[in-house]
Design a protein around this ligand. Structure first.
Ligand code: B12
Length: 218
């Protein structure tokens, strides 16, 4: 790992907001890739979570880490949302964090990046009831449902949201993509989503491929 990323992670874990922000600025000025800096912060957040789990950190640290992260993303954002490379393919996406889960930092990054790439994103926020997703897909005629999950107990409401699509006969025309810290391919299979990824750039590529294949003729 680069020196700057290591310093960034260390400072993040010391919960020094201003000093963390300063390292990010310094990194950007010296030409570091904003995605690498974001990854370093995400890894630091994972470490915060691990320390919370082992009792070394408390809820206050969990909450404060979110504040540091928000300050950092505000600076990184312009570098993450480089120009629209989508050409003709412009999709609509319904996005949200399912019921029971209120984590939204990762979701907000993916939403911002998708919008910058020309997607219309209907962001339903957090703690969204399963039926709301299907209703919004119906209302907006979007062909992509994106779900962000960080809590294991929220898997059930994610599965329910996807079943609701089936009930309303919308599943076969909807591409379901999931992401968020705890998501793996096993989770994807288990809840019945189409694809999963933790990488926002990959997510955009997958959505674009889907739209291109699905609507090639039209
Ligand atoms: C910050 C944080 C919080 C903040 C959230 C603030 C906010 N506005 O989001 C607060 C303090 C509110 C919080 C609360 C809780 N938290 Co919390 N929290 C975290 C922490 C430390 C970081 C999460 C984060 O934002 N990471 C940074 C972002 C950028 O990463 P990300 O979300 O993974 O997103 C990236 C990708 O996944 C991807 N992505 C994200 N979404 C999507 C969606 C799609 C479609 C795609 C394609 C990609 C994608 O893009 C991002 C870019 O890199 C994690 C630790 C961890 N390991 O993740 C714990 C963690 C998620 N929390 C945890 C827990 C237990 C809780 C609480 C229950 C604690 C409590 N006792 O109250 C509550 C639950 C509240 C609730 N009902 O949701 C556990 C969950 C354990 C589990 N397996 O279920 C974790 C893993 C910590 C731990 N190790 O114990 N938390």
């Amino acid at each position: 790992m680069d020196m700057i990323e290591k310093r960034l992670k260390d400072m993040f874990l010391r919960m020094e907001r201003q000093a963390t922000v300063d390292i990010v600025k310094e990194g950007l000025e010296s030409g570091a890739n904003p995605f690498d800096l974001l990854r370093a912060c995400r890894e630091a957040m994972e470490e915060v979570g691990d320390r919370f789990e082992t009792g070394e950190f408390f809820l206050s640290e969990l909450i404060y880490s979110a504040e540091v992260f928000k300050a950092v993303t505000a600076i990184l954002e312009p570098g993450l949302v480089s120009g629209d490379e989508g050409g003709e393919v412009k999709g609509s996406v319904v996005f949200g964090t399912p019921r029971g889960d209120i984590h939204d930092l990762g979701k907000n990054i993916v939403v911002t990046m998708m919008r910058a790439q020309g997607f219309t994103v209907h962001d339903l926020g957090v703690d969204v009831p399963p039926e709301k997703f299907a209703e919004e897909i119906q209302r907006t005629k979007a062909h992509i449902l994106a779900l962000s999950v960080l809590l294991t107990p929220a898997f059930d409401s994610m599965r329910e949201a996807i079943s609701m699509l089936k009930e309303k006969g919308l599943r076969k025309d909807t591409f379901v993509i999931i992401g968020g810290g705890v998501v793996t391919d096993l989770v994807r299979e288990n809840v019945g989503a189409d694809v999963q990824t933790l990488d926002p750039t990959e997510a955009i590529r997958l959505c674009r491929n889907y739209l291109q294949e699905e609507f090639r003729s039209g």
